[in-house]
Design a protein around this ligand. Structure first.
Ligand code: XMP
Length: 495
């Protein structure tokens, strides 16, 4: 019944996730026993197969910390200078709890000039040096500053002083302990300190927000005891300097960001990284064919990123006539990569949990997501309203707008005088926090695995390769039937 993967994907068609459907198999275990533990790359273990894209509207420090807290990983984008990218990595790794905080610092002898100083945080932290990683002296709440009759006074004269230990907790306290501390001391805010220096600020509101979400597991913690965080880099000479900054900041993996990864530039960069930083995992890509994959595996990659033109904001296939349907690409590349033990990242084109199941069963070890995570509380950028809907900006890194900030190297256009876009700028709906919708999505993925009789990623891969799992192509009408249809109106709520 149905087709084996080998037969279905060898007919000369480029299939994407929606084109194919698995036939159900036999269930002999409960959903809870499905294990989604996996690897991003050879030496980077994860407890869920989710990776956030290195895009400037998807992954900065808040997203990277939240993805790691969930058991996945975030790849910090490289559309900014190396020192700033390294600072985002440090900031993600300095957190133990996935709170949203952008603390503002001031020195006691300074003055707060305007309400603007509170634009990213309702509190200004006062430290000896006036910056982070310095001894905490006190804080100023926005409400206290607003109520101040004379705004000319020095901060020292009206700040809440930190002579007591009420104001601080150790940086590695978990949410529960921070919550108890705030409750016991009747405070709205507490600073997190490491070696007597402030590293972060936590508000009661943030603790309560996160408490309302599904309980977090252990998260992705690296050998340094901090969150596992990845970062993107290019393949030009100046990227070697970027890499140095990133390695110093403690990245666990570097992702070479290129839309066509099978190039002499990338192969040389992979060899350089393996020689210079033997401890650092390097993910190569993007690739969509078996021969591209073989070349990068031969050069020494620890992981392969798969997808060309499958992303929601991509125009590469239209502009360059090159790419592949994502289901075919994942299946083909994984069939080569699995022989060398190189994990595959299915990058782009994920818009529901079914796509994640398909990517993983077809051979991927993780899925990399842009639009699925953009628009979340943790994505960079502010919410705005479009036709009454709350949205956040989401843009392709090959869009003209993003390329003016430097991402053109990914599309090999940095030296070209005439810039051609391979992506668009758009907006996606507010999705709430990844801390809420990713656990629900993983539960849906587990149910898909259960229907297929696969209790883990490895067992899914084995069932597919041994031709026990069968699949078919869906006609256009079958795809319509497989979606919601025939209703006058409906409300779609998944959880
Ligand atoms: P999704 O579908 O998750 O895709 O939104 C995210 C992935 O798309 C890739 N990407 C691009 N591809 N032009 C492209 O052709 C672009 O401007 C662009 N920006 C991102 C990237 O692989 C990302 O992970």
């Amino acid at each position: 019944d149905g087709f084996a993967g080998g037969r279905l994907f060898n007919q000369g068609y480029s299939y994407t996730y929606d084109d194919v459907i698995f036939l159900p198999h036999y269930i002999d275990f409960p959903t809870e026993s499905v294990q989604l533990a996996t690897r991003l790359s050879r030496n980077v273990p994860l407890s869920i197969p989710c990776v956030s894209s290195p895009m400037d509207t998807v992954t900065e420090s808040h997203m990277a910390a939240a993805m790691a807290a969930l058991g996945g990983v975030g790849i910090v984008h490289s559309n900014l200078n190396p020192a700033d990218q390294a600072a985002l990595v440090r900031s993600a790794k300095a957190r133990k709890v996935p709170i949203l905080s952008s603390p503002v610092f001031a020195s006691p002898s300074g003055r707060i000039e305007s309400e603007e100083d509170f634009s990213s945080s309702p509190y200004v932290l006062v430290t000896e040096s006036g910056a982070a990683r310095s001894k905490l002296l006190g804080y100023v709440a926005k409400a206290d500053w607003v109520a101040l009759p004379n705004k000319e006074v020095k901060i020292y004269d009206y700040m809440v002083k930190s002579s007591s230990s009420d104001l601080v907790v150790p940086w590695d306290y978990d949410l529960e302990r921070i919550g108890w501390h705030l409750e016991e001391k009747k405070r709205d805010v507490v600073a997190m300190v490491k070696d007597d220096e402030v590293v972060d600020l936590v508000t009661k509101k943030e603790v309560e927000r996160i408490k309302g979400y599904p309980k977090l597991g252990v998260g992705s913690v690296g050998p340094d005891g901090k969150w596992i965080v990845g970062a993107a880099a290019g393949t030009r000479d100046q990227d070697k300097e970027r890499l140095e900054h990133l390695v110093k900041a403690g990245i666990n993996v570097v992702v070479l960001d290129s839309s066509q990864g099978n190039s002499i530039y990338q192969i040389e960069m992979i060899k350089f990284i393996k020689l210079t930083y033997p401890e650092l995992d390097v993910v190569g890509g993007n690739v969509v064919t078996m021969s591209q994959a073989r070349n990068l595996i031969h050069a020494g990659v620890d992981g392969l990123r798969v997808g060309m033109g499958s992303g929601s904001i991509c125009t590469t296939q239209e502009v360059c006539a090159v790419g592949r349907g994502q289901a075919t690409a994942v299946y083909k590349v994984a069939s080569v990569a699995s022989q060398s033990g190189v994990p595959v990242i299915a990058d782009g084109g994920i818009s529901n949990s079914g796509h994640i199941v398909k990517a993983l069963v077809l051979g991927a070890s993780t899925v990399m997501m842009g639009s699925f995570l953009a628009g979340s509380t943790e994505a960079p950028g502010a919410y705005e309203y479009q036709n009454g809907r709350r949205v956040k900006k989401y843009r392709g890194m090959g869009s003209l707008e993003a390329m003016t900030k430097g991402s053109d190297a990914r599309y090999l256009g940095d030296k070209a005088k005439l810039k051609i876009a391979q992506g668009v700028v758009g907006a996606v709906a507010d999705k709430g926090s990844v801390l809420k919708f990713i656990p629900y999505t993983m539960q849906a993925v587990k149910q898909g695995f259960q229907d297929l009789g696969a209790s883990s990623l490895q067992s899914a891969h084995d069932l597919l390769r041994s031709e026990v799992l069968r699949l078919e192509v869906r006609t256009g009408a079958a795809q319509v039937e497989g979606g919601i249809h025939g209703l006058v109106s409906y409300e779609k709520k998944s959880f």
